[in-house]
Design a protein around this ligand. Structure first.
Ligand code: SF4
Length: 109
């Protein structure tokens, strides 16, 4: 079986997107964030997996946020860039997507 192709012959990577579109998106207008603390653990920042428990995503994203806020030397530059970006469900510049924020549990005492 062959890979799905667009009219231009490029392989599809996602709904309506080609790898060229994704690569262009990745390489365009991205700042060089030398020393970015997320470089060593990008999985913390990723969007929720379809079968991932919400609490697991919440704690993962909390750890990512702490990496940004307490260990990243380029937080200010990243935040300036992030203001022009859509987070797409991932942690960016210490900002956790609203959909994955942990909510306090009701007091059981
Ligand atoms: S602020 Fe966070 S997302 Fe931005 S470069 Fe630093 S670690 Fe990565």
């Amino acid at each position: 079986m062959t890979e799905p192709r667009t009219r231009q012959g490029a392989r599809k990577e996602g709904p309506g997107q080609t790898w060229e579109v994704l690569l262009t998106e990745i390489l365009t207008n991205r700042p060089r964030l030398a020393g970015a603390a997320c470089a060593g653990s990008p999985e913390l920042f990723d969007p929720a997996e379809p079968d991932e428990h919400p609490d697991s995503v919440g704690y993962r994203h909390l750890a990512a946020q702490k990496t940004c806020l307490y260990a990243c030397p380029v937080l200010d530059e990243c935040r300036a860039w992030a203001e022009t970006e859509k987070g797409r469900g991932r942690v960016l510049a210490g900002l956790i997507p609203r959909s994955t924020r942990l909510t306090p549990r009701e007091d059981v005492a």
